[in-house]
Design a protein around this ligand. Structure first.
Ligand code: CP
Ligand code: NVA
Length: 307
């Protein structure tokens, strides 16, 4: 295993599968006995946030506690990452206090810099480029539903954003076909796409890029969407609201997919924008198990980083 968990693309399919298997085990243990063996007793996690969060913050904090460890939150105001103090200095100071760092940043380079200077593992809790912990929870949710990823058709509708990048990478690493339907100008990061193409060639999966959401959901096993305006893009919200409505995940669109298709969303959802209430709260939705799986997937990541 690598020192850090910065991107799905840094890990081999076997390593990713190993982490997912451990997540399944830890979830089962917690669900069966109401607790986990405290294998991270004495270990601590510092959580640096430059952006708001519900899931990432609480799931890491509770996950650490359930494994016998300790986690604490550092707000943007407290740290002033790169402003009050350089990233290199923050990283080296914290390396002497805690056993692991988790960071949610605007600029992906900042999480790379933290990892470069830290002598302890650094976990990426979302950057403008990717969201690998989300990708792991997504894969766990798909596995629970279908028992595998290989051969499935996973369709992402909307912005080719950070969440789409990690989803594409976990899918193509583990053999699921990835389809993106996005409006012109909202395509995937080209470097991330090139990596995805390489992983797809290695696993026998296929990447399909489309503009038409109706064509995209034909034969879909998983329909995934996310906000049209990510954190940090608020100034573009109005422009985006005008472009994305054809990509809304509503009951009509879901009816065009496979009957057994499930609907995922990393949350927070902007209800009746990218997803309707009817779909978010309907029979195809797995939104809340997916959110809960953040904790189980991240516990596996923490164990792999810290043991
Ligand atoms: N999905 C996700 O990362 O949620 P938060 O922004 O609430 O952490
Ligand atoms: N794409 C969203 C995901 C939030 C969890 C964002 O970056 O704001």
């Amino acid at each position: 295993m690598k020192k850090d968990f910065i991107a799905i693309s840094d890990y081999s399919p076997a390593e990713l599968q190993e982490m997912l298997d451990l997540a399944v085990e830890l979830k089962k243990e917690r669900m069966t006995y109401g607790m986990n063996v405290p294998i991270l007793q004495g270990k601590s996690l510092g959580m640096i946030f430059q952006k708001p969060s519900l899931r990432t913050r609480v799931s890491f904090e509770m996950g650490m506690q359930q494994l016998g460890g300790y986690a604490f939150y550092l707000s943007p105001q407290e740290i002033g990452l790169g402003q009050r103090e350089s990233i290199a200095d923050v990283s080296r100071v914290l390396s002497g206090y805690v056993d692991c760092l988790m960071a949610r940043v605007f600029d992906h380079q900042h999480v790379l810099d933290l990892a470069k200077w830290a002598s302890i593992p650094v976990i990426n809790g979302l950057s403008d480029y990717n969201h690998p912990c989300q990708g792991m929870a997504d894969a766990l949710t798909i596995l629970e539903e279908f028992g595998k990823l290989k051969g499935l058709n996973v369709v992402f509708l909307g912005d080719g954003n950070n969440v789409a990048v990690s989803l594409m990478h976990i899918c193509t690493k583990l053999g699921a076909n990835f389809v993106l339907a996005s409006p012109e100008g909202y395509d995937l990061n080209p470097e991330a796409l090139a990596l995805g193409q390489k992983f797809a060639a290695e696993s026998g999966a296929k990447i399909t890029l489309l503009r038409d959401p109706h064509e995209a959901v034909k034969h879909a096993d998983v329909i995934y969407t996310d906000t049209w305006t990510s954190m940090g893009q608020e100034a573009e919200a109005k422009k985006r609201e005008a472009v994305f409505p054809p990509y809304q995940v509503n009951a009509g669109l879901v009816a065009e997919a496979n009957k057994h298709a499930i609907v995922l969303h990393c949350l927070p959802a902007h209800r009746n924008h990218e997803i309707t209430d009817e779909v978010a709260d309907g029979a195809h939705s797995r939104l809340f198990p997916q959110a809960h799986n953040r904790m189980h997937a991240q516990k596996a990541i923490l164990v792999k980083m810290l043991k």
